[in-house]
Design a protein around this ligand. Structure first.
Ligand code: ZN
Length: 317
């Protein structure tokens, strides 16, 4: 894995984006998109999700995508797994990292996966045990994601202490990464600062990523607050692809190219070429039928005289 950048960006458009839109991308189209983002220097791409194809036909080819991408020297590959069953498929697929996600809201967990939070934590434990028992999978990294950390569409407010309690139980299973997700775009910057300071002081040396949705327009403001708290890893989606299954018309993840522009102009190196991202965006958009994309950088470009942290970014110079 690359270590010489200040910030690690994970592209989640191929999973979070595609799972919430109607268009089904052909495998070849996904591979074009992945190739262009890899060329642009994106360090990690979440290639899909191990959920039953009937539930998410958009991601039914996850296994083929993973095997076609194979092992790229500059790209770390990951896939989402919602449960133990999905993790077994994930381990067999050759992907380099499995991102397990559970909801910290009891009501959301029951509604989404018909499982208590305690059972979902136990499932992560089984996944970690499976890796220990199968030495051939020892190199597969395991991330534990906490969804609905900043609020829940069913139960509303989520108390910080209940987040920390779930986090501590997950930490007992020794994850390689923690992902803190604002699944439905409830978070505000003050809340982010408070939550991430507490999370970072709880996890020790384990890397923590932030996963923000721009549902209410606060996505990049939340990134700023998370940066202040010390977070150095962010999820985002090219062109802000996607939406929120619970709020029709609502916007999806924060926009990769806007995030990279913000970080680079703040002097934080991502190793990602903005020009390369725009090429990937053009390719992605060409396969969309109905869905809108978002983003400000694509329209405005780099301001005259702006200095971007990664030397690869010469756009607008
Ligand atoms: Zn998401």
């Amino acid at each position: 894995m690359r270590t010489n950048d200040d910030i690690w960006v994970r592209e989640v458009g191929l999973r979070d984006g595609l799972q919430s839109i109607e268009t089904i991308f052909p495998t070849e189209a996904k591979l074009d998109w992945i190739r262009l983002e890899t060329d642009a220097g994106v360090p990690e791409i979440e290639l899909g999700s191990f959920v039953p194809p009937k539930l998410l036909p958009q991601l039914a080819d996850t296994k083929s995508v993973i095997s076609a991408v194979g092992s790229e020297p500059t790209l770390h590959t990951s896939a989402l797994v919602p449960n133990f069953r999905g993790a077994i498929d994930g381990f067999a697929s050759g992907v380099q990292q499995l991102n397990y996600v559970l909801s910290v809201s009891e009501a959301h967990s029951q509604a989404n996966v018909r499982k208590s939070v305690a059972d979902a934590i136990a499932d992560f434990g089984r996944i970690c045990d499976y890796r220990k028992e199968h030495r051939e999978h020892a190199n597969v990294r395991l991330a534990a994601g906490l969804a609905t950390v900043f609020g829940c569409t069913i139960s509303g407010e989520i108390k910080v202490h209940s987040v920390i309690k779930v986090l501590e139980e997950l930490l007992a299973h020794e994850p390689d990464e923690i992902v803190i997700a604002d699944t439905v775009g409830f978070a505000n910057p003050s809340q982010c600062r408070e939550v991430f300071e507490l999370v970072l002081s709880t996890v020790g040396d384990i890397p923590v990523s932030a996963h923000f949705h721009d549902t209410r327009g606060l996505g990049l403001a939340n990134v700023g607050a998370a940066l202040d708290a010390g977070v150095r890893r962010f999820d985002s989606s090219l062109g802000g692809l996607g939406g929120c299954p619970y709020a029709p018309g609502a916007s999806g993840n924060i926009v990769t190219e806007d995030l990279v522009f913000m970080l680079e102009s703040m002097g934080l190196k991502t190793g990602i070429s903005l020009e390369g991202l725009l090429a990937a965006r053009t390719c992605m958009v060409s396969y969309l039928t109905e869905e809108p994309t978002r983003g400000a950088f694509v329209n405005a470009g780099v301001p005259r005289g702006a200095v971007l942290a990664s030397s690869v970014n010469r756009l607008g110079a």
